[in-house]
Design a protein. Structure first.
Length: 412
């Protein structure tokens, strides 16, 4: 059977995604993407002319994030002109999808040496405006209106917590755990194998550590924060008085949303990039590359776009079925902490051991650079499988539109 091997994984630290506050915020996203691509080539003595394609995830592809960052970042990193590149958008799931498509190209026999990853400078959103983007456009199509009233993600997170009966205290406790676990991981150097420093074009160090975490955060402190999405839920979006709350009411007319999410139990706004080198076994052997893992199975799942964030559970079940595996065979899970309700529901629905899920913290502590996060999580679970001498890891995450990609890897 053909296999796709992960040779290496690198990522930048996550910088605070606000101009004037974050170390990466003044840079072009091409520079940040080039940093991980350059590091991947240098660490593996890679002949970049051999790279068949670079599949890159970037979500908001406007302004400085427009164009084809996969290709342009590679050229900026000094890659041979023959190494091609393409950039895709599955919203938050872009980084996993990039890896899955790269693996699929190798498994199909189309390619032998691929790079997958992503970049997102959320700090650029202040200037990279989206006019009438795909989230809110109403084309007048009645079928679309019936199946796709898509609200604000934070409002959707609050709606899910209300429907599931998950109290705010449980979400704040999960956020506290994320911060504590991230602090331990940083102190013990658990991220060091994948983490690379970022320099500006003049060679000045920009960032070599995580900027976002707030160690010492407690559930009691988080309980003092006001919910973030109650006011947003009632903003009028058009002349007809449509609001996010009314969007949800179209499908859940009796739901009285309890607003439970805030900055402390939601993912952080950050900048960053990540990349993985993925090859066929034949290419790895002929070039002296040692594999770290193989891609076992990948899957995609769509779910209710109104609630938007619920696809990770069915995506996990689907990828397990594709692999012919059961939940108890998975040693470690990474599910993106877009909002606390996402991993909390994931753990409850699948009845998982909490000591197997996001063991080094997640996006509530570290941040969520949209198009890059999925690739970061795959590298994180690989590093942790090696540290714990475990075998299988499953990674999934919610994405706008009610989607979730998923992947299972096996440490070699």
């Amino acid at each position: 059977m053909p296999e796709a091997w992960i040779i290496d994984a690198v990522r930048t630290p996550r910088g605070i995604g606000k101009v004037g506050k974050g170390a990466l915020a003044d840079q072009h996203p091409q520079i940040i993407g080039a940093a991980v691509l350059r590091a991947l080539a240098e660490r593996n003595d890679l002949t970049t002319a051999d790279v068949d394609d670079i599949i890159w995830g970037t979500s908001r592809q406007v302004g400085t994030q427009g164009g084809d960052l996969g290709r342009m970042a590679a050229l900026d990193a000094g890659y041979d002109m023959h190494s091609s590149g393409v950039t895709l958008d599955r919203y938050c799931g872009s980084g996993i999808t990039a890896v899955n498509l790269a693996a699929a190209s190798i498994l199909a026999g189309f390619e032998d040496c691929m790079i997958a990853g992503g970049t997102e400078l959320m700090s650029s959103y202040a200037t990279n405006k989206v006019e009438g983007g795909g989230f809110f456009i109403d084309s007048g199509n009645e079928h679309l209106r019936a199946v796709w009233p898509q609200p604000n993600q934070g409002v959707a997170a609050d709606a899910i917590a209300t429907l599931e009966g998950i109290p705010r205290r449980a979400l704040d406790e999960l956020a506290e755990s994320s911060q504590s676990r991230a602090a331990t991981a940083i102190a013990e150097g658990r991220f060091d194998k994948s983490l690379i420093p970022v320099y500006d074009p003049e060679g000045n160090l920009l960032l070599d550590r995580e900027e976002y975490p707030r160690p010492g955060t407690t559930a009691d402190k988080l309980a003092e924060l006001q919910p973030s999405f109650g006011g947003i839920a009632d903003i009028e979006l058009n002349a007809d008085g449509l609001t996010f709350r009314k969007m949800i009411a179209q499908k859940y007319p009796d739901l009285e949303i309890e607003h439970v999410h805030h900055a402390g139990n939601s993912s952080g706004v950050v900048d960053g990039a990540a990349a993985l080198l993925i090859t066929s076994p034949e290419y790895a052997r002929s070039h002296g590359l040692t594999p770290r893992a193989r891609i076992v199975a990948a899957a995609n799942m769509g779910d209710d776009p109104t609630l938007m964030l619920n696809a990770p559970v069915p995506a996990a079940r689907k990828v397990l079925a594709k692999a012919g595996m059961s939940l108890d065979q998975i040693d470690l899970f990474e599910v993106n902490e877009a909002f606390a309700v996402v991993p909390e529901k994931f753990i409850r629905d699948l009845d998982l051991d909490r000591d197997k899920v996001n063991v080094n913290g997640g996006a509530m502590a570290l941040g969520h650079p949209i198009g890059a996060t999925g690739s970061m999580l795959i590298g994180t679970v690989l590093d942790e499988l090696e540290r714990q001498n475990k075998q299988f890891g499953l990674v999934t995450m919610c994405a706008a539109g009610g989607m979730a990609p998923a992947v299972i890897i096996e440490r070699i």
